[in-house]
Design a protein around this ligand. Sequence first.
Ligand code: TXA
Ligand code: MG
Length: 326
Amino acid sequence: MTKLIDLKKNDNIEECAKCIKNGGVMIFPTETVYGIGTNALDKEAVDKIFTVKGRKSDNPLIVLVSNTIMLDKIVSNINEIHRKLIENFWPGPLTIIFDKKDVLPENVTGGFDTVGVRIPGNSLTRKIIEKIGVPITAPSANISGKLSIIDASIAYREFNGKVDYIIDGGLSDIGIESTIVKVEDGIVKILRCGSILKEDIEKLGIEVEFSSIPSRNNKHYDIESDAIVVTVEDKDIIHKIDEYISNNTDKKIGIIGSCKNYDVFSSRVDKYIKFDEDNIMKNLYNILNEAKEADIDVFLIESVKNTNESQVIMNKLMQVSNNKII
Ligand code: TXA
Ligand code: MG
């Protein structure tokens, strides 16, 4: 049976911590998205995570620690650049790939000799890890190929009966997964974009390049209908969407768009999901979930461009649309 813990009500986590240390499985909050946690040093416990998530065993899990002493126990060869990243971005949403030590069972990293680690920014998450006393696994709390979860009630719907504990810590503050980086030949390679941007790292005087995750799961942003990003200048967006609607009267069309275009299009399409450009990162998975649940053939998604976060949001939107644009 799955037990629920509500951190807002100060529910006691002692019993949960003991269970996880001994190989139990929990859904827990972080500042990025909810994660699936167990004792990362326990091979059999780690196997359960792959089963619960329906994840292929060669797709590595990332690991969370609550301090750098715990980090030193599981990774080796920490260099100058790693240290700079740690000092500037931890605790926080930056996962760094390190060489792994043998204490970490092989199944955690899917056979890779490296492991992605971070100290999470959410202090409640750090407190949970401290109580457990060992590094914990932290893949996003979604069945493989489904959208990530930022809200415990959705976690409950998907995972009730499948895990020992679900810990409700409220909505995730950031709302998208951590930025993942790897240091190679003195250069920081961004394997996955998150809220820590290329420029944030460059400010430290480090060279940064975009790269990609080796075993990329492209279905991660699947909203179960077609999607097209409308990437044009502001004044043309209305014209482009208008043209698409007129030429596709046989389709059920939805729009994920700005508040300002709601009045223009909401009565002409089957679903209009509004976003507020200043808050889109935090709400991205709610928006995508709403889109997934709607019975629509194709979603037109307005591009975003006016905030610091535009670059990372556009990266995610292009994955939602499988790079389809008009
Ligand atoms: O914000 C986050 O990072 C969330 C929270 C819950 O911690 N977790 C998360 O985990 O997004 P996951 O498993 O959904 O995504 C981690 C990605 C996967 O695509 C995996 O293939 C990649 O990181 N990855 C993990 N270890 C790696 C490694 N050693 N080298 C390269 N890529 C790695
Ligand atoms: Mg994930």
